[in-house]
Design a protein around this ligand. Structure first.
Ligand code: S3P
Length: 446
């Protein structure tokens, strides 16, 4: 008789201490750019081919939602996607709610697009996404004339679109590229010009890609504008490697005892490279090679070698350009000489998990001295991590950040609840293992 146990469905990572990172690594396609390419291609007239698409759970959520809205999309086996766009008036009412899974980008950007449609649609998601703040898109979209029902400012959101929307002049209260992008998409369906001002610059992929699709995105004295009625035309899109995914290996190589990695074809848009500036300020040896424009986005090969890091102050103005990389940067801080402080990062509390809490708890479990504040934390570099068990809280970036801690650990690290790594970096464990991290991925972890 064979013994059987119930499936837990949980995936954990087990990391043996040590390891070295060497070689050339391809990095999966950029998540932010892949979402935007799908949405803008759906709204463009003609057939758009997207190369280098990130085929991850988050991007699939956007893809499936657009298919449910009547767009024909084919996913090739070679990281290519073909979108048969019908222009801005071809979407049709969905027969069922649109499931955004774990993806805040899907929910917020699609809410903006749906606000300008002549039908109603419901956006929902998993437990984590249903806890995240949506009033930041709901309120301005309501000002544009859409009627949106939410559950106390959270998903599910039912968007009753209006055509045309009213134009908006709006200073965003939070620095959020998702909110900015949602409002730019809604602005395509407004009668007149929509103007937005950010409290701090955030990733500008939507603005760049709108121009690639023949739309006009205006920039005047710190305001970003879009004219309603812009017609978008299909155009080939090449998605660069995701710097946010590369960031785990940049930190891993910087903290490892022996490391020399080249990360290939990574997007180095200046609105994303905060992580590079911060790591360099800590003393990391990072170099760009062959920087060039691919379509509307700059890309480069990034070379990184092991180096001794020192603590720094990460100020509020550093936060928006490194928002998704701050968890792994705190792992670097734990390996640095001296103290690192992070301030102005309260937004981390409303990501896929409360990332300040997830990181502080995990770092403490691994023997690192941490003090937390509402908007940040202080990490005292200890040079090494004790082994132990940490909880990724179902958050992809927390799981991958702690995986890198194995490179400087003195005993094994067990990371629980890592399945959502597939939302942004499918095959992460395989890629990391090939580079030299002693990582095992355990399915149905007990
Ligand atoms: C994203 C913007 C950021 C980021 C997220 C992706 C985007 O979110 O954290 O992973 O694609 O626009 P916020 O806009 O909420 O800061």
């Amino acid at each position: 008789m064979t013994a059987s146990r119930a499936s837990t469905g949980r995936r954990d990572f087990m990391i043996a201490p040590g390891g070295r990172l060497t070689g050339r690594l391809p990095v999966p396609g950029d998540k932010s750019i892949s979402h935007r390419a799908l949405i803008l291609a759906a709204l463009a007239e003609g057939v758009t081919r997207i190369d280098g698409f990130l085929d991850s759970a988050d991007c699939r959520a956007t893809l499936t939602a657009l298919q449910t809205l009547g767009i024909t999309i084919e996913l090739g086996s070679d990281a290519s996607v073909t979108v048969h766009g019908g222009g801005t008036s071809e979407l049709r009412a969905p027969a069922q709610p649109l499931d955004c899974g774990n993806s805040g980008t899907s929910m917020r950007l699609l809410a903006g697009m749906l606000a300008g449609q002549p039908f109603s649609a419901t956006l929902s998601g998993d437990d984590s996404l249903r806890r995240r703040p949506m009033e930041r898109v709901v309120k301005p979209l309501q000002r544009m004339g859409a009627r949106i029902e939410s559950l106390d400012g959270c998903a599910p959101l039912t968007v009753h679109g209006r055509q045309p929307l009213k134009p908006l002049r709006y200073a965003l209260p939070v620095a959020s590229a998702q909110v900015k992008s949602a409002l730019l998409l809604a602005g395509l369906f407004a009668e007149g010009e929509t103007w937005l001002r950010e409290p701090a610059a955030t990733r500008d992929h939507t603005e760049r890609m709108l121009t690639a699709f023949g739309g006009e995105c205006l920039q005047v004295e710190g305001w970003i504008g879009i004219r309603g009625g812009n017609r978008l035309r299909a155009t080939p899109i090449q998605v660069p490697g995701d710097l946010s995914s590369a960031a785990f290996f940049l930190v891993g190589a910087a903290i490892a005892t022996h490391a020399h990695l080249v990360l290939e074809d990574v997007g180095v848009n200046p609105t994303r490279t905060g992580i590079i500036s911060l790591l360099r300020a800590m003393g990391a040896d990072i170099r760009f090679h062959g920087e060039h424009l691919r379509g509307v986005e700059p890309v480069a090969d990034i070379e990184v070698r092991a180096s001794q890091l020192h603590g720094i102050h990460i100020n509020p103005e550093n936060v928006p350009l490194a928002i998704d990389e701050l968890p792994v940067l705190l792992v670097a801080a734990a390996c640095a000489d001296g103290v690192t402080t992070l301030r102005g990062a309260a937004e981390l509390r409303v990501k896929e998990s409360d990332r300040l809490q997830s990181m502080a708890t995990g770092l403490r479990m691994l023997g690192v001295g941490v003090e937390t504040w509402e908007d940040g934390m202080q990490v005292t570099g200890s040079g090494t991590f004790t082994g132990g068990t940490v909880d990724a809280a179902g958050d992809h970036r927390i799981a991958m950040a702690f995986a890198m801690a194995g490179l400087r650990a003195t005993a094994p690290i067990h990371i629980r609840d890592c399945r959502n790594v597939d939302t942004s970096f499918p095959g992460f464990a395989r890629t990391a293992r090939a580079a030299g991290l002693a990582i095992d991925s355990v399915e149905d972890a007990p």
